[in-house]
Design a protein around this ligand. Sequence first.
Ligand code: AMP
Ligand code: MG
Length: 318
Amino acid sequence: MRQQNDETIAEKVFYALGTINLIKIFDHVEGSVIDLAVERVHQIEQRMSAFLPGSDIFEMNKNAGNGYTRIHKETFRLLERGNYFEELTGGAFNMMVRPLVELWGIGKKGNYVPEEKEIKRIRKLVDYKSLLLDKKNCLAALKHPGQALDLGGIAKGYAADEVKRILTKNKVKNALINLGGNVLTLGQHPDGDLWRIGIQNPLKPTGSYLGTLSMTDKTIVTSGCNERFFMKGGIRYHHILDPRTGSSARSSLLSVTVVADCSTDADALTTALFVLGLRDGIPLLRRQKAEAIFITENLGIYLTDGLKNLFSIKQDER
Ligand code: AMP
Ligand code: MG
């Protein structure tokens, strides 16, 4: 058991992958371990960002409709994994969503709501079957001009798995990783308990929790409509897009949290579950052996069976 006064030994807060990230280590290991992990996140961003010229994804998007691009092996593998979730969810998870992300410009274009005919036109570009993968030569292509990839729904999870791998390899036993809502816990909290991870009230400022989840050695990933959004005419327009409608997903949910072993998979799943909603989401979760917390529009909390003893509701938040 760890001592009450045992404190964080190394901590880094840094910006990458379009979000604020945190790594905290509670063991005496070489000081450079945390820097290695941060560098790795930046390396993933340099390969997978849709914004950085020279990144695999940037170059693929530039070449859309124009043939194959040679990409790094790890980008290729992540595209394959993402593609698995695209197939599994019938395209609710869809990495080809970038043209819609640009059209809406949530967080960038003020309260802009595109015209229906514009949405219809752009929506046609969002087709996950247009991603062509040549495994033998590590080449990838987008079939049609104007198509574009966006790994925003899966790359943070992948980066979180990679940070965990680096920390574990360097003998870190107790740590907290939070890459923009992709949380991974290792070992114990410094007070000797399991980690207690707060589940955000999506209608309140960051840090107001509906309850806490006690866990360790798992990943806890949340997708919510409270991260990037605006309100117009009583409608909440947010950054998780339903490829079927071309607009923000309206599945009567405010957030979905997935608890699983692999953060990459949990990241893709939470985004997909947000689009699919509770009814279509539950059977999918069963097949994936993952647990989840769904927060519905009226702040109802739906927990899958495996979480019922691990979640404590904070009554005063409801
Ligand atoms: P997350 O916070 O993991 O749910 O990811 C949301 C981000 O993924 C958005 O900001 C977009 O960049 C991208 N995205 C939006 N809708 C989808 C979707 N249906 N499938 C995959 N990625 C999406
Ligand atoms: Mg996601």
